[in-house]
Design a protein around this ligand. Structure first.
Ligand code: UGA
Length: 437
């Protein structure tokens, strides 16, 4: 099939390459010429495991191309809208300018029979508004809302092997053909017995923000338990293991620590609260404000732990932070808890050196006053305290004796509960973690 993907960020680039992998002819459109150039050369403009290989293999087939020009999408019959919906500066609400711009550009090329597929995370009501505009511009085209649930770091796998496909579509004489077109795009995925849920556009838009709100709530729940554990001497990891064995609760997303960041969970819960307010239901989601507050308190607590371990002041101290990305296997630093903590420590007078396997270039731009060192050994050299803030495998597997030989004193804060305290203490380390004694 001929497909276009509008917006080639973390979602769109992976979607475009994955659809080409499924055998379709795909054109990815992005207004950023650098991104288009990089993708056209088969280079991923961000770190995402599996994406470079996919870009190369799909590029070789000639089925995948990228362009800044929307006219290149004119031959496509299915158009995926994959632009970002970041938080508006100074407000909780989502910034819809990219959705508006992407959709407006699509209206200039849409033909009778085309299907526009909304994948961006949007406030509920957006699809209905866009469908009205589409009906005026091209009454013979159809809009389907098809939220995306991919996780960064697993984006290729999640796109090609999703848990479920959700189609949100209004009843209309064209609905059947539009569903058949999207089924055609996803034929290989559907052949894998992937559940496909067809519903109205409203629940389809809500599924995404509801899922992300639930995940954020689960993380903040265990982090609230961690706060209690800190006061009672209990170990939150044991608590999580024990409650997680109940199938109804489950152990996933119960890792206590520095909490959630990234370009999705924080802004999605805030945009959801803002939308609920607009709908006259602000009290309904007020618990999400608490979820957000618990999450940001963990960052402050991590800074406090570091200061306590250094005897009450960070001023003039040499601090090494392991991790800049908001989570491992990503170079995304949007709302990164690790960088937030590093910057708070710097503001309290410490010299902070940050190292990360993938995210340093992005971090340098966003936090220019931190020191960045690519080489792990060099980053640890002479540190008075080490903070592990993003649990990359290479950090979680570090040998305490080896690290001990590089630092000037063996003091560690494990912000992700990623290390074995007994092992580090046995090697003479002063070990502190969130929710653990
Ligand atoms: C999240 C959702 O998991 C995806 O399903 C969704 O599609 C995506 O947002 C999106 O909206 O596009 P992502 O932001 O890639 O995916 O990252 P997650 O794996 O959800 O992690 C989010 C944050 O929570 C990270 O900072 C991570 O370190 C933290 N986290 C995760 C914890 O603190 N504890 C946990 O137990 C799990």
């Amino acid at each position: 099939m001929n497909i276009s993907v509008i917006g080639c960020g973390y979602l769109g680039a992976v979607h475009a390459a994955s659809m080409a992998e499924l055998g379709h002819h795909v054109v990815g459109i992005d207004t950023d010429p650098w991104k288009v150039e990089s993708l056209s050369a088969g280079k991923a403009p961000f770190f995402e495991p599996g994406l470079p290989e996919l870009l190369t293999s799909a590029g070789e087939t000639g089925r995948l191309k990228f362009s800044p020009n929307i006219k290149e999408a004119a031959d496509a019959t299915v158009h995926f809208l994959c632009v970002g919906t970041p938080q508006k500066p100074g407000e909780n609400a989502a910034d819809m300018q990219f959705v508006e711009a992407g959709f407006t550009s699509l209206l200039s090329i849409v033909k009778p029979g085309d299907v526009i597929v909304g994948k961006s995370t949007v406030p509920v009501g957006t699809a209905e508004h866009l469908a009205e505009r589409l009906a005026l511009a091209e009454p013979e085209a159809t809009l389907i809302w098809n939220p995306e649930f991919l996780r960064e770091g697993f984006a290729v796998q999640d796109t090609l092997h999703p848990d479920r496909l959700v189609y949100g579509i209004d009843e209309s004489p064209r609905a059947e053909a539009a569903i058949a077109a999207l089924d055609g795009v996803y034929a290989a995925i559907l052949a894998d017995d992937t559940p496909r849920l067809i519903m109205d556009p409203a629940p389809a838009q809500l599924v995404k923000v509801a899922a992300n709100s639930f995940l954020a709530t689960k993380i903040s729940f265990i982090n609230a338990m961690a706060e209690l554990c800190e006061r009672t001497g209990a170990d939150v990891t044991l608590l999580a293991d024990a409650i997680g064995m109940d199938d109804r609760i489950g152990r996933k997303f119960l890792n206590a620590g520095l909490g959630f960041g990234g370009g999705c969970l924080p802004k999605d819960i805030r945009a959801f609260m803002a939308r609920a307010g607009e709908l006259g239901a602000d009290q309904t989601l007020s618990f999400l404000a608490e979820v957000d507050a618990i999450n940001t308190r963990r960052r402050v607590r991590t800074v406090d732990l570091a200061r306590e371990e250094l005897g009450g002041s960070l001023h003039g101290r040499k601090v090494t932070v392991l991790g800049a990305a908001f989570k491992p296997n990503s170079d995304d630093i949007r709302d990164s808890p690790a960088l937030n903590v590093a910057e708070q420590i710097r503001l309290q007078g410490a010299t902070v050196t940050v190292t990360d396997p993938a995210a340093l270039n992005n971090a340098r731009v966003a936090y220019p006053n931190l020191m960045y060192v690519d080489d792990l050994e060099q980053a640890l050299d002479g540190a008075e305290i080490v903070l592990l803030l993003t649990e990359w495998a290479q950090f979680a597997e570090l040998d305490p004796e080896y690290v001990g030989g590089l630092v000037s004193q063996r003091v560690l804060v494990d912000g992700r509960n990623a290390l074995d305290p007994a092992k580090w203490r046995a090697a003479g380390w002063q070990y502190r973690a969130l929710g653990r004694h």
